[in-house]
Design a protein around this ligand. Structure first.
Ligand SMILES: Nc1ncnc2c1ncn2[C@@H]1O[C@H](COP(=O)(O)OP(=O)(O)OP(=O)(O)O)[C@@H](O)[C@H]1O
Ligand SMILES: [Mg+2]
Length: 612
């Protein structure tokens, strides 16, 4: 049983876990393409950096020539030649260093610029995603993509790019020089190269897979930490600290395992590639020694040749590191791309709702959550006129919140099923529809800011008196005034320092303040007592005569005032009409009504008895 429960909500969806053989596909191809697009934005800075790199290498590769000159000068006793060479070396070191610094500044800074742009665009993309996206990707995974994966991309574009360019440059310049100096010795020196290339190819793929797995595991760890932080109370209340610790430990072990695999692979790769460089030196020392002895080569020529070969040592030794950076950056970019390629599933039309009155028509509206077999809403047809008060009732899980989320344009609607002011909502811009509506859900979300800032969230430029008015309408003004700092009191993370009812009334005030034609309340008054609820609804009807009010509730008492009551049952609209009509119908509503009346009577009786 416990196994079943643990595999429920908290696990990362399968689709985000790397699978064997998923190495290629449009995703992977798209990732480097996206890097290239960002790269293009900074092509001048990158280009200048690379130009500086070429200059650096020019100076560096001048040194072996000077060394030859100096050595030959020493052997021949030509002191002037030695002096000249020494001065040349000083100049090469100085200018080479300046160019090297400039190349690093330009390339590294551009890498950071790309990282910054990517992060910004990623955030903007997240802001456009609908609820369905977040139902599928846990917050920890999103966070780890925003932080860790982007860092890897930056490392690829900064140090990675610098070293890749460096390697290409050095090889393409030094190799011809070596061949020109002594082609036979060069071929001997390059003997270990095929082995290095083969090793790079074999380990490269593994590096990619391990890196991607490590990044996934880190995302899972972040998700667990984040869920435990937000669910601290629940974990304590059910005394699950030890088992949560155990689960964390298990995930942490998995992360460790894959990192150890990575470390082993890198530990094998880096030194063996370095070894190849040393092997070349040994070979040419042996072969070169013979040539000098036989008079086929001067000592200066040998020094020059060795110096060129030494220039190849670092790029060759760094090859393993470069491959690793590349594979890590590619894996990270692929994960980042999973966010970019998730199309916001809410259709954003091009028309603007002109009247903005909030006339709503539903024509055979149905909705299914992705992955659910049965539809949550089925064939709902109704019309809500501007200024109407509509109350939606029905058993828990019948689809009230789903309907309200569809109305608030938080879930996608199929075409020709919902009309706003006579236009298909899918043809209207999301912004223009949402600006007609203010929506307050039951689970109030507050930002860790002041009460006033939370209330004015939808219209930050509102005056203090507007905030006070909104709080008064939400029947929260007197309580707020009693707080030490009034409405400038900071509410703590997610409003932790407020009670449930206080949080709800803050969100309610937030919805009141924006004064939009349609007000949607999803059980927003569930945590306040009946009297406060009546007070709030009364003041709402008094001041906002023209506003359309659509609310879902479990309390039928407030349905009495409604122009129309919609009764949902298993996703279907089974009854509609005002209270008197529905009671006369003697259907589901009448049943629910009688049950609540009986409960209320019983409660009243108990209260009276206690009073006596
Ligand atoms: N994000 C989701 N993904 C999949 N199924 C969902 C999702 N949200 C809700 N459902 C399912 O849709 C159905 C209707 O849920 P909904 O929240 O609309 O009910 P409700 O009438 O508001 O219930 P309550 O009175 O308890 O608030 C339920 O069976 C629920 O399991
Ligand atoms: Mg609900």
């Amino acid at each position: 049983m416990a196994g079943n429960v643990s595999s429920l909500g908290l696990e990362v969806p399968k689709s985000f876990i790397p699978q064997a053989g998923r190495g290629k596909g449009s995703f992977v191809d798209a990732a480097p393409r996206r890097i290239r697009d960002y790269f293009k934005r900074y092509k001048w800075a990158f280009g200048f950096g690379i130009a500086c790199l070429i200059i650096t290498q020019g100076f560096t590769l001048w040194v072996p020539r000077l060394l030859k000159q100096a050595t030959d000068g020493i052997v021949d006793g030509e002191i002037d030649q030695v002096k000249q060479a020494a001065m040349g070396m000083v100049a090469a070191a100085l200018f080479g260093a300046l160019a090297r610094i400039a190349s690093r500044i330009f390339i590294f800074n551009s890498g950071r610029d790309v990282e910054h742009d990517l992060r910004h665009d990623l955030f903007a993309h997240l802001e456009r995603q609908g609820q369905n996206f977040f139902d599928q990707m846990p917050q920890g995974q999103v966070m780890s993509r925003m932080v860790n994966d982007l860092t890897q991309v930056r490392l690829l574009l900064g140090p990675g790019l610098l070293n890749i360019t460096n390697a290409v440059l050095v090889y393409s310049v030094v190799l011809p020089l070596l061949l020109y100096t002594d082609w036979e010795l060069t071929l001997w020196a390059l003997m270990p190269l095929p082995a290095i290339i083969l090793m790079g190819r074999v380990t490269g793929g593994k590096l990619f897979t391990y890196n991607r797995e490590a990044q996934e595991r880190l995302g899972e760890l972040s998700t667990r930490v984040q869920e435990n932080l937000s669910g601290t109370m629940t974990v304590r209340a059910y005394v699950q600290e030890a088992s949560e610790e155990k689960r964390f430990q298990e995930q942490s072990d998995k992360y460790l395992d894959v990192n150890i695999k990575l470390a082993r692979l890198r530990g094998f790769m880096f030194p063996s590639m370095g070894l190849a460089g040393s092997l070349s030196s040994v070979i040419i020392l042996w072969m070169g020694g013979h040539r000098i002895a036989s008079g086929a080569m001067t000592v200066g020529g040998f020094v020059e040749f060795s110096a060129y070969l030494a220039a190849l040592t670092w790029p060759t030794a760094a090859l393993g590191w470069i491959i690793s950076l590349w594979q890590r950056g590619k894996a990270a970019m692929e994960r980042v791309n999973q966010i970019f390629t998730a199309e916001p599933n809410l259709q954003n039309g091009s028309q603007v709702s002109s009247q903005g009155e909030g006339h709503i028509e539903l024509r055979d509206l149905s909705y299914s959550y992705p992955g659910n077999e049965l539809p949550t809403l089925k064939g709902i047809t109704t019309e809500i006129k501007p200024g109407e008060t509509v109350v939606i009732v029905g058993r828990t899980g019948c689809g009230k919140s789903t309907l309200l989320k569809l109305l608030a344009r938080l879930l996608p609607v199929q075409s020709e099923q919902m009309y706003f002011d006579g236009k298909d909502v899918n043809k209207l811009t999301l912004g223009s529809v949402r600006e007609t509506i203010s929506y307050a859900p039951r689970d109030a979300f507050l930002f860790s800011r002041t009460i006033a800032e939370n209330v004015a969230f939808g219209a930050p430029e509102s005056s203090e008196s507007r905030v006070s008015e909104a709080l008064e309408m939400a029947a929260f003004d007197t309580e707020v005034a009693a707080f030490p700092e009034g409405f400038n009191t900071v509410v703590g993370e997610r409003g932790i320092t407020l009670s449930g009812g206080q949080r709800q009334r803050t969100t309610l005030a937030r919805a009141f303040l924006v004064e939009r034609p349609v007000l949607i309340l999803d059980d927003t008054l569930s945590a306040v007592d009946t009297e406060t609820e009546t007070e709030i609804l009364g003041s709402l009807r008094k001041t906002q005569q023209k506003q359309t009010l659509i609310m879902a509730t479990h309390r039928l008492a407030c349905a009495a005032q409604a122009d129309r009551i919609l009764v949902l049952d298993q996703g279907e609209l089974v009854e509609q009409g005002n209270e008197a009509e529905l009671l006369a119908l003697d259907g589901i509503y009448a049943q629910m009504y009688r049950r609540q009346r009986r409960e209320q009577d019983l409660e009243d009786e108990q209260l009276r008895e206690r009073a006596v």
